[in-house]
Ligand binder design. Structure first.
Ligand code: NAP
Length: 350
């Protein structure tokens, strides 16, 4: 503990909070020092309060921790937040005002002009936006966000195409896992043997967040990337891993082997800086005709690599392919952790 940065988790008992606790066990830089959740859980030990859903046990020292109220008094200065948006809207600014670095999973502030929405391999320079935040100027605190879980894999797959060939149009259809809805999430009678062609506000989030992340930092603002995007979202009876069928129109002609090379050769700051949770290869291209599949591929690269496959010509746009990413790791807790590692490596966490 002596040399590690103490961190707190807001919403620690939820599905994403549990992933944070799992990923932070034995982390070389960070140590869980504080867990907080709703009034339902506050005052109990974490082991009593959490309805633990992961396949590894609760780390012993966390199981014994008392769950705190969601109040900045007594909280560490680095906070991982996994709260539903209406609650985050109220609570996250209180922590930022109190001088905390809030590394958030929620949609509450993702589209706010001065809040960075970051994938470290794609747009690490957007972190500079924190300097425009009033919290930063007053107390040193700030909010940094990671994206919605379904747009994360899509943007990672699009980034090398945009960089090398330009991007004009994107059409995506998602098949999203039930863990994306938190716990207890979707009722079993609604989802077993079924597909639900609606996830509230998901399509709007994907269509807004992708251009922001693939956009350009211009002084104190992000200019969204100008491609057109249309998304359709579905909930399917899969435990973990969001699969997406994607079609793209590129800015210039490209051969299939050039696209595959762009994906396989893609890497960014996390790989260059050897951040602890950076996957060796952020994008894995699989040549098998029936991959990627959530059960077989969601955990590749420790859940931090995005799998792409089935590249073929599209009769409407230029190319179509399949993308898969782990929604609670690369799409949530792992994404926030990689943001925190980048922030620490760049001196933002003291
Ligand atoms: P979840 O399983 O429903 O967990 C919600 C957490 O928030 C629980 O710890 C809950 O505590 C806590 N909470 C509820 N009301 C609170 C309050 N008034 N004050 C303090 N804490 C409160 O949800 P989740 O799936 O972990 O998602 C959390 C956030 O991450 C959401 O914004 C979600 O959109 C986002 N996200 C989720 C995923 C995913 O794949 N699941 C991916 C990306 C982003 P109690 O246990 O005490 O009720």
């Amino acid at each position: 503990m002596a040399n590690k940065v103490p961190v707190g988790i807001l919403g620690a008992t939820g599905l994403v909070g549990q992933r944070f606790i799992q990923l932070l066990e034995d982390h070389p830089w960070f140590e869980v020092a504080w867990v907080a959740a709703s009034e339902r859980s506050a005052g109990q030990t974490y082991g009593e309060a959490a309805r633990w859903k992961l396949r590894t046990p609760i780390p012993a020292h966390v199981a014994k921790m008392k769950v705190s109220e969601a109040d900045p008094a007594g909280a560490p200065k680095v906070i991982f937040a996994s709260l539903d948006a209406p609650i985050a809207k109220d609570l996250e600014p209180r922590f930022a005002e109190a001088g905390c670095a809030v590394i958030s999973n929620s949609s509450a502030f993702r589209m706010q002009k001065d809040v960075p929405l970051v994938i470290p391999e794609v747009n690490p320079d957007h972190l500079k936006l924190v300097e425009c935040q009033s919290w930063r100027r007053k107390s040193g605190g700030f909010i940094v966000t990671n994206s919605n879980c379904s747009v994360m894999g899509l943007v990672l797959a699009l980034a090398p195409l945009q960089q090398q060939f330009g991007l004009e149009q994107v059409f995506a259809v998602t098949m999203q896992a039930v863990s994306g809805a938190g716990y207890p999430g979707v009722a079993s009678l609604d989802i077993l043997g079924n597909v639900i062609p609606y996830i509230a506000k998901e399509e709007e989030k994907m269509e807004a967040e992708a251009p922001k992340m693939l956009g350009r930092l211009n002084g104190s603002a992000i200019e969204p990337a100008p491609f057109r995007i249309s998304v359709q979202c579905n909930r399917v009876a899969v435990e973990d891993g969001h699969t997406e069928s994607v079609s793209v129109k590129l800015g210039k002609a490209a051969k299939p082997e050039e696209l595959i090379e762009a994906w396989r050769g893609f890497s960014g700051k996390p790989q260059e800086m050897k951040l602890p949770d950076a996957p060796a290869q952020p994008i894995l291209y699989d040549t098998a005709p029936d991959r990627p599949q959530p059960r077989l591929d969601a955990e590749r690269g420790g859940g931090m690599s995005v799998s792409v496959g089935r590249l073929r010509p599209c009769n409407l746009l230029d190319w179509k392919f399949t993308v898969l990413s782990h929604n609670t790791i690369r799409g949530a807790a792992g994404a926030a952790l990689l943001n925190a590692e980048l922030l620490k490596a760049q001196g933002y966490l003291g």
